[in-house]
Design a protein around this ligand. Sequence first.
Ligand SMILES: Nc1ncnc2c1ncn2[C@@H]1O[C@H](COP(=O)(O)OP(=O)(O)OP(=O)(O)O)[C@@H](O)[C@H]1O
Length: 487
Amino acid sequence: MLPWTEKYRPKRLVDIVNQDKALEKIKPWIEEWLHGIPKKKALLLAGPPGSGKTTTVYALANEYKFEVIELNASDDRTFGKIERYLNAAYTMDVFGRRRKLIFLDEVDNIEPSGAKEIAKLIGKAQNPIMMSANRYWEVPIEIRNKAEIVQYKRLSQRDILKALFRITKAEGIFVPKEVLQMIAQRARGDLRAAINDLQTVVSGGVEDAELILAYRDVEKSIFEALGAIFATDNTKRAKMAIVNLDNTPDEILLWLDENIPYVYYKPEDIAKAYDTISRADIYLGRAKRTGNYGLWKYAMDMMTAGVAVAGIKKKGFIRFYPPKTLSILRDTKEERSIRDSIVKKIMKGMHMSKLEAIETMRIFKSIFSSNLDVASHIAVFLELGDKEIEFLTEDKEKVGKIKGKMLSIHKKLKEVKTELEIRVEEVMEKIERVEEDTREKEEVKEEVEIEEPEESKEEDLGSKDQITEEKKDKKGKQVTLFDFLKK
Ligand SMILES: Nc1ncnc2c1ncn2[C@@H]1O[C@H](COP(=O)(O)OP(=O)(O)OP(=O)(O)O)[C@@H](O)[C@H]1O
């Protein structure tokens, strides 16, 4: 499938949206080339990604009958090529062929030595050179001095919305306005990103637009990195693609692993790409084990540059897919947390080790699908929640039945509890009564002892200590709760 960014790339300058100021500078410059050589032989188109710089170059060449030679500025091989074109190009039109317009992309990524070479070549140039950069202040000064800067502005949400609407119309599809607005808003002035989002949403189902876009938001940088790795044969560019990526190398490997078959089509190329990532995997493992980060860098180079040059890539729009392993982990995240909480409850409630609890949970799983009575008692005992019961049962109908049984167990437990509470209260009352009786009897006895006649006092030898001891003995025979319950 042709990427819509290519399919709908304007062929004429009038169709370029909202970059009139830039075009006002570019048009007279190219017209000068038709009659001679202008003072500034190179233009530096500077501005945000997806604002129309490359589009302008091709539309311009189309209208003024130039052939575009697009070269990547950060590729060392570029210098030789420019030189060749610079020497040959101007004479070519004598033979009725098209003149060459050289387009150097990404001059903000250029090495200092390359910058000097390019500056020299501009000096010798016999044909128009156009360059582009996102951050012109990062373009080496040697190049900036030789070129006229043409500023591209960030496209507005309205511009993007209009462009998207035009595409849906041309494709004969209906995409709700809210979805188009959502895409335009996310794009932050990058029409290429917006068109790619639109194509992804349409191919994945407009009804799931929000989900698809939310997912692309999270994984945006990895999508971009894959796009960069798979779009280039240039090893340096491929290596740069993962700089500043938040994903771990293991995750990047999974993404590459998933998407290699969508990019390469010849079996030998696919095999080569897989061979490269499996080597990268081995080196990553070794780097982790040994702490030898030389190996780490080697692994990263293999999974970027190695994969990028593995073979001939499919042309056109390639939709990347998230690795199944990651989505399985994401999908099962909730499930895993439910399982962990059941294991914890078993460990606590049944005083088991984790291993025993895991084994017990497996047994419970078979009980929950075969014996709903026992299952409901277990569920009540472990105080399992709905999700945990569902996890153990895996059958919606049975979950309903277990929950019903649990309700009646809870009801019975409540009844037993109230009955017990009543019984306990009765017992407590009896205890109180008996204690009261005993206390009264003791008091009466003490009074009688105090009023005893003289002789008995003498007989008793009148030792206070003895009396106390005797009392203690008698008190020791008091009716205890234990004696009462025994009765
Ligand atoms: N001003 C614009 N008018 C019409 N279409 C545009 C415009 N800007 C971008 N596009 C669309 O977005 C796509 C990408 O644009 P283009 O390649 O010109 O971006 P760029 O400015 O060169 O970005 P980069 O700096 O990332 O190379 C094009 O295919 C084109 O369809």
